[in-house]
Ligand binder design. Structure first.
Ligand code: MSK
Length: 671
């Protein structure tokens, strides 16, 4: 069934709404307006189109006359939907893992003293990662250890046989499931190639077998390329810890040079963070009439610089064009993934310079300044100077920056979560497991992923997390989903008082955390894998990820990387739900394989459910079923919430004599 061309309400973000109104008045095209003009292809969106050879493309749409169509080669609807899905997962895996590869090369160059401006910022994490790779560290300098880690990581990228190293980080039971199914990744690149080969015309034609192969590829992402990307980013730029910053288009400044970093990789953006604080460049900006240099981000590069350095974010994926339409952006610097081609055309309508930096990515018309980790600082300075030089060109009469912005608390690495739960000397997941076991928390949920202009921006993200909070479910977020909720103040401690159920509120008050924890960018979904593994090994919640009362949701997904993430979570034992639409709806057989079929073999499953209310309903049912399987008490919110700040707030509302009695257990003495 074809979806509506675009939602009636484009966004719930007041800043985005303000800019969109202006875009409409000025006749500027955006993803929102293009989604309205260009309906989604009704054949492709259900997984019914096979484009794998030149006998087609074949459209396998059932009609009365042909109720069970097949392609020219005889490929069934199930084979076609499965092959399309597997290829999406392979592309997502390739993207994340290539991001990881670039970081590995940077780590190697840093270890060899060849990477200008970088340093090894988290030495304890360097040692921890060396431990995973079985590298002896005695008597070695950190730089040498860094080189050895890089070499081992490259070997995992290129592995042909055996198992990639990080598989050992999964719960033991999970590793055995993968081994029995023969889906432990051998090498990260190999698993991507494997899917591309087996989905070529005339190869693997059994939907179940194709999809099992795709799980192996996805595992190479989650427990391989992405996990290494997260680890190495932490080693090079620091493991995140909580900090407070701001989000939304209102972070742009009308009297400073605005530079927006966009994409995914932290390598160049971290150097830009560094150079915008150099007195020489600040003085240079002042010489051009600006008060200073204002660096901010969008999408996941933004999450990288926000999590570690507190650099403000102009918002999530659908805000990328809108920042330019403010007329206040001197330069937008992009690297890889989720960068819209339309940015350049939009930039020409203003003074904005769009600068591509990855050797893999050029956009026609944009300025290309190729990034090279060996000269990163020089390149960062060159880019910042271009932005400063562009400041006098800002068309003052065109500048309109919405004032909307919100504070947020971010920076919850899995290391910090462990520390905050147990303290410096006894970091542990015990308090979290205990809170779930007693029923104070009903369960946990990861709500992640993109925006998609085919649905109202941020609406499903907001609705789903608020429902989870109300139901005492602790939420972790990454990527554009985290920014979606940060824009409305949900990533603040105060949100617990306003939205959380009684048990979750008590947990947030006791630990001093927001009810939603921001764990980072898309590759940092691997932090959630680590948290789940540590919860499984802590005891009391079974001994595998599939036992934990939890779910993963991508309510507004659009990227192939989201499908790879969903598949590696399903392969790791989690129930994953996707919103928007189903790219496999042309085949009930494939829907069944990825749901009931996968649940039988790996304990996790992946379902596509456009209705956010149904997503919540299925999530709660799943969490309650997992609680029952663990023989935990049924969720009962009336047992909790009679302590802490909330109780104090209620008490303070009482009239004076009753308040004293409630506080001290005695009546006020009569005069
Ligand atoms: S940037 S993959 S739109 S989360 Fe990671 Fe956002 Fe999705 Fe890109």
């Amino acid at each position: 069934m074809a979806k509506e061309p675009a939602p009636k309400v484009q966004t719930i973000d007041p800043a985005a709404l303000e800019v969109l109104k202006r875009a409409e008045e000025m006749g500027y095209s955006t993803a929102f307006s293009r989604a309205a003009k260009t309906p989604a292809c009704p054949i492709g969106e259900t997984g019914a189109c096979c484009q794998l050879c030149n006998m087609g493309p074949c459209r396998l749409v059932a009609t009365k006359a042909n109720p069970d169509p097949v392609g020219v080669c005889g490929a069934t609807r199930a084979t076609v939907a499965a092959r399309n899905m597997a290829r999406h997962i392979a592309a997502g895996t390739a993207s994340h893992s290539d991001h990881g590869r670039d970081l590995i090369f940077t780590l190697e160059a840093v270890g060899k003293g060849e990477a200008q401006g970088y340093e090894l910022r988290d030495i304890p994490k360097l040692y921890a990662v060396a431990g995973y790779f079985g590298i002896k560290t005695d008597g070695k300098k950190p730089e040498q250890i860094a080189v050895e880690i890089a070499q081992k990581a490259i070997a995992d990228m290129a592995g042909q046989k055996g198992e990639i190293t990080y598989v050992k980080r999964a719960p033991k039971k999970r590793q055995e499931i993968w081994r029995q199914l023969g889906i432990v990744p051998r090498g990260i690149d190999r698993e991507v190639v494997d899917i591309l080969h087996r989905t070529h015309m005339g190869d693997d034609q059994d939907a179940e077998h194709i999809l099992l192969g795709s799980l192996r590829t996805a595992l190479a992402d989650g427990w391989g390329g992405s996990m290494m990307a997260t680890d190495i980013s932490d080693i090079l730029f620091g493991t995140p810890a909580p900090l407070r910053t701001r989000v939304n288009i209102g972070v742009l400044k009308d009297d400073e040079v605005n530079i927006v970093v966009h994409g995914h990789e932290p390598t160049l953006s971290e150097m830009i963070v560094r150079v915008v604080n150099e007195p020489e460049l600040i003085e240079y900006a002042k010489s051009k009439g600006a008060k200073g240099i204002n660096l901010c981000g969008v999408c996941c590069t933004s999450n990288e610089t926000l999590m570690r350095q507190g650099i403000p974010s102009a918002g999530n994926d659908l805000n990328q064009e809108l920042t330019i339409i403010t007329g206040a952006v001197e330069a937008m610097i992009v690297d890889v993934q989720c960068v819209m081609q339309a940015l350049q055309d939009l930039a020409t309508k203003f003074h904005t310079k769009l600068i591509t930096t990855s050797p893999k990515v050029k956009i026609t018309g944009a300025t290309h300044i190729e990034f090279d980790e060996h000269h990163a600082l020089d390149i960062a300075r060159q880019i910042v100077r271009i932005a400063i030089d562009n400041y006098p060109n800002r068309p003052r009469q065109q500048v309109q920056i919405p004032s909307h912005l919100s504070d947020l608390v971010a920076g919850f690495s899995h290391e910090y979560i462990r520390y905050m739960l147990g303290g410096t000397l006894r970091g542990s997941f015990r308090p979290l497991n205990d809170a779930i076991m007693t029923g104070r928390l009903r369960g946990v949920a990861g709500v992640v992923g993109c925006n998609n202009p085919r649905v109202t921006q941020d609406e499903a993200h907001n609705y789903i997390v608020k429902e989870f909070l109300k139901n005492d479910i602790l939420v972790v977020q990454t990527g554009c989903g985290a920014l979606a909720n940060a824009k409305y103040g949900l990533l603040l401690g105060e949100a617990a008082m306003e939205y959380a159920g009684p048990g979750l509120r008590e947990v947030c008050e006791a630990i001093g955390i927001p009810p939603i924890l921001h764990l980072g960018s898309c590759v940092d979904n691997t932090r959630i894998l680590t948290v789940l593994t540590q919860m499984a090994s802590e005891g009391g919640l079974g001994d595998d990820i599939s036992d934990i009362p939890g779910v993963g949701i991508a309510p507004e997904w659009m990227s192939e990387k989201a499908l790879a993430i969903g598949a590696y979570f399903a392969a790791s034992g989690a129930y994953v739900l996707f919103g928007v639409n189903s790219p496999i709806s042309n085949s009930e057989e494939v829907e069944k394989i990825m749901s009931e079929g996968w649940e039988k073999i790996v304990g996790g499953k992946m379902e596509f459910v456009p209705d956010p209310q149904e997503i919540v309903r299925r999530s709660l049912a799943h969490i309650d079923a997992k609680r029952a399987a663990l023989k935990l008490p049924a969720y009962d919110p009336t047992k909790f919430g009679k302590s802490g700040d909330w109780r104090m707030r209620e008490l303070l509302k009482m009239p004076f004599p009753e308040r004293v009695k409630a506080l001290y257990g005695m009546p006020v003495a009569a005069e």
